[in-house]
Ligand binder design. Structure first.
Ligand SMILES: Nc1ncnc2c1ncn2[C@@H]1O[C@H](COP(=O)(O)OP(=O)(O)OP(=O)(O)O)[C@@H](O)[C@H]1O
Ligand SMILES: [Mg+2]
Length: 583
C-alpha cells in the first residue's frame, strides 16, 4: 500500500507528498526494500522522514507505507547476551555484522515458561504472571504496562515461542487481551512506574575515586567527559564489568568501527566477576559504529534506555552506559543540517538540550508497576573536541546529570588512571548516600571524604606556590600537606584497570584504605606539631607499606588493615620530638 511518494532525498532524510494523514513520530516503511523510517515533520500534505537504513538506491517517486504506530521495538525474552543495532535488530551472525535492509527484528525464539498465576486471578497492568528461562537466564514475564485484568486462561508450564499467546486477560470493561512474552514499546516514550523513589544506595563500581569521592546512586545519572584518549571507553567497560548492577545495557554510539569491534570481541569471552558466568549473559550491547546509518545512531540511545526500563520493570537494577553521547548529538546535528533548520551553538540544533533532558530523565529508582523495586542508572560518556568542556554537548549535559566525572588530559598523559580529576568533578548524590555508608559500618564517610578533598584542594594551591618560591621554602606544615596529598593521589586515587588485585575495590576495602591513610596523616600532623622533623616522618617504613596497600592487600585479607593501623601507631609512638631526641 502506498500512502506517500518521495519528492526529495538528502542522505538519511527525505520529503514526500502524502495522500493520508500521518503524524510526527510515526514509523514508515520506504521503497521496495521497506526501509524503516520515522516521520519527523508534517507540513500540509508533505512529510519529512528520517530513514534508519542506508538510503542508497532510493528514487524519487518511490512509495512510502504508513504504519500508524510510533517507532517501537519489540521487548521480549532472549535479549540478554546479544548484540543489536540502534533499532534492536540483531547484529551477530549477520553478513559483515550489519543488518539486512528492511529487516525489522529477530525471528521468534522459544523459551521455557512457568506460570506464577492461575485462571481467575487478577493481574495488574505491568505485573508478573510467570517466569521465563532461556539457558541460565531467568526473566519475569510481565503484562504490558497498559493492560491488566482477570486471567481468563493461562498456558501450562512448557516451551513456547515469544509470539505465542501465554495468557488471556479480561479487563474491567469485559474486553479480552491476549498477552505474549514479547511486547512492543515506543522507544521515545518512558515506560511507566508506580512511583519514583528517592536515591538511597550507590551503584557500587569498585573504583575508589568514584565510590569514595564522587559516588553515583542507583537510579541517578552521571556523565564522563574527556578528550581524545583520556580513558572513557576503558572506564565504561570497567564499570560494565565490575559495577553491582544486575543488567548492563551498553550503547556503543557512533564510535569508530575498530573500537566497537574490540568491545564486541572482548565482552563475549569475559566472565562476570561476581557470578563467574559469561559477562555477556547480563549484558545487552547496542552497537552503532560511525559507518552505520546516522539516524539509527540517533535512535540508539532511546532504544537502549527503553531496554533498560524493560529490565527495571522486572525488578532489576540496570546500568546503562552510552559511549559516546557526543556522536549521538552529532547525528542529531547532521539530520538537523539536512533539514535546513536554524543552527544553534556550533551547529547543534536548538532542541539539543531538550533531547538530552529527555534521555537523562529516564534514569530513575522506582517502585515498578509489579510492586518491586528497580532502577536505571545512566552513565554517558562525552567526547568534547579538543577536551574543551565549554562546548555545547558537555555544557548542556551537565545541566541534567548529578555526577560529573571529568577526565583530565594531563593525568591521562601521565598514565594516571582512572584520569578523573578530583578537583573538577562532583557528585550531588553524596548526601543521599551517607546513611548507606553508615549502614556499611562507616558513619564517618562523608567527613573523611571532605577531608580528602580539602587535602587535594590544598595541594593544588601549594603546588602553585611552590612553583614560585620553591618547595623547600614552604613551611614544614605545608610541605607535609603536599607530601600527604601526593600520597593520597598516588596510592588511593590511582587504580589500574589491569591489576588483578586492585581493578576492583569493595566498599569495605575502600573504607579500610581511607581510614589507614587518614590515620597516618593525622599522626603525621600531630608529630610535626610536637616538634618531630619532617624528614623523619616521611622516612617511616610504614609509609612504604601504605603506599603499596591497595596493590598488596586483597579483598579476602582486609583484616590486615588492622595490623597496618597498629603499625602506624607503633612507629609514630617511637618518634620522639627533636629536642628530646637530641638530649
Ligand atoms: N583505567 C585504566 N587503566 C589503565 N590504562 C588505561 C585506563 N584507562 C585508559 N587506559 C589507557 O588509555 C588508552 C586510551 O583509553 P580509551 O580508549 O578508553 O580512551 P577514550 O577516551 O575512550 O578515547 P577516544 O576518545 O579515542 O574514544 C587505553 O588504550 C589504555 O592504554
Ligand atoms: Mg573511546
Amino acid at each position: 500500500m502506498t500512502d506517500a511518494r518521495i519528492t526529495w532525498i538528502s542522505g538519511p532524510v527525505l520529503r514526500a507528498r502524502t495522500s493520508c494523514k500521518m503524524h510526527v513520530s510515526e514509523a514508515v516503511l520506504v521503497g521496495d526494500s521497506r526501509l524503516l523510517g520515522e516521520v519527523i515533520r508534517v507540513d500540509g500534505d508533505s512529510i519529512v522522514a528520517q530513514i534508519y537504513e542506508d538510503t542508497t538506491g532510493l528514487r524519487l517517486g518511490d512509495g512510502i507505507e504508513a504504519t500508524s504506530q510510533p517507532l517501537s521495538i519489540r521487548l521480549r525474552p532472549g535479549l540478554l547476551g546479544n548484540i543489536f543495532d540502534g533499532l534492536l535488530r540483531p547484529l551477530a551472525d549477520m553478513p559483515g555484522d550489519t543488518v539486512l535492509p528492511g529487516m525489522r527484528e529477530a525471528p521468534p525464539q522459544t523459551f521455557a515458561f512457568e506460570p506464577s498465576r492461575e485462571a481467575g486471578q487478577r493481574v495488574a497492568a505491568g505485573a508478573a504472571f510467570g517466569t521465563i528461562s532461556l539457558g541460565h537466564v531467568r526473566e519475569q514475564c510481565l503484562a504490558p504496562p497498559d493492560t491488566g485484568g482477570v486471567i481468563d486462561s493461562i498456558v501450562a508450564a512448557g516451551e513456547y515461542a515469544d509470539d505465542a499467546t501465554l495468557c488471556v486477560l479480561r479487563d474491567d470493561e469485559g474486553r479480552e487481551h491476549t498477552v505474549t512474552a514479547g511486547q512492543r514499546w515506543p522507544v521515545r516514550r518512558p515506560r511507566p512506574a508506580q512511583r519514583r523513589l528517592p536515591h538511597g544506595e550507590p551503584l557500587v563500581t569498585g573504583q575508589r575515586i568514584i565510590d569514595t569521592l564522587f559516588p553515583v546512586a542507583r537510579g541517578s545519572r552521571a556523565m564522563l567527559p574527556g578528550g581524545f584518549g583520556t580513558g572513557k571507553t576503558i572506564l565504561q567497560e570497567n564499570l560494565a564489568k565490575w559495577c553491582d548492577a544486575d543488567i548492563i545495557v551498553y550503547v556503543g554510539c557512533g564510535e569508530r568501527g575498530n573500537e566497537m569491534a574490540e568491545v564486541l570481541n572482548e565482552f563475549p569471552g569475559r566472565k562476570d566477576p561476581r557470578s563467574g558466568r559469561p559477562l555477556l549473559e547480563r549484558t545487552v550491547i547496542i552497537a552503532n559504529t560511525s559507518n552505520m546509518p546516522v539516524a539509527a545512531r540517533e535512535a540508539s540511545i532511546y532504544t537502549g534506555v527503553t531496554l533498560a526500563e524493560y529490565f527495571r520493570d522486572q525488578g532489576l537494577h540496570v546500568a546503562l552506559m552510552a559511549d559516546s553521547t557526543t556522536r549521538w548529538a552529532e547525528a542529531l546535528r547532521e539530520i538537523s543540517g539536512r533539514l535546513g533548520e536554524l543552527p544553534g551553538e556550533q551547529g547543534f540544533p536548538a532542541y539539543l538540550s531538550s533531547r538530552l533532558a529527555e534521555f537523562y530523565e529516564r534514569a530513575a529508582n522506582v517502585e515498578t508497576l509489579a510492586g518491586t523495586r528497580g532502577s536505571v542508572t545512566i552513565i554517558g560518556a562525552v567526547s568534547p573536541p579538543a577536551g574543551d568542556f565549554s562546548e555545547p554537548v558537555t555544557s548542556q549535559s551537565k545541566r541534567f546529570v548529578r555526577c560529573f566525572w571529568a577526565l583530565d588530559r594531563d593525568r591521562a598523559q601521565a598514565r594516571f588512571f582512572p584520569a578523573i580529576h578530583p578537583l573538577n568533578s562532583y557528585s550531588e548524590d553524596v548526601e543521599a548516600l551517607a546513611s548507606w555508608w553508615q549502614a556499611q559500618g562507616n558513619p564517618d564517610w562523608a567527613a573523611q571524604r571532605r577531608r580528602l578533598l580539602t587535602l587535594l584542594g590544598e595541594r593544588a594551591r601549594l603546588e602553585r606556590m611552590a612553583r614560585i618560591v620553591g618547595k623547600d621554602a614552604l613551611p614544614p606544615r605545608q610541605q607535609l600537606t603536599l607530601f600527604c596529598a601526593d600520597f593520597v593521589n598516588e596510592a588511593l586515587l590511582r587504580q589500574s584497570a589491569f591489576s588483578p588485585i586492585d581493578r576492583f575495590c569493595s566498599p569495605a576495602r575502600q573504607t579500610s584504605l581511607m581510614q589507614a591513610f587518614l590515620h597516618f596523616i593525622e599522626r603525621a600532623e600531630q608529630a610535626l606539631d610536637e616538634g618531630v622533623e619532617l624528614e623523619r616522618i616521611t622516612a617511616l617504613p610504614v609509609y612504604r607499606h601504605l603506599q603499596r596497600a591497595a596493590e598488596d592487600i586483597p579483598e579476602d585479607k582486609i583484616d590486615r588493615f588492622h595490623m597496618l593501623l597498629s603499625r602506624v601507631d607503633d612507629e609514630f609512638d617511637r618518634l620522639t620530638p627533636a629536642e628530646s631526641h637530641a638530649r
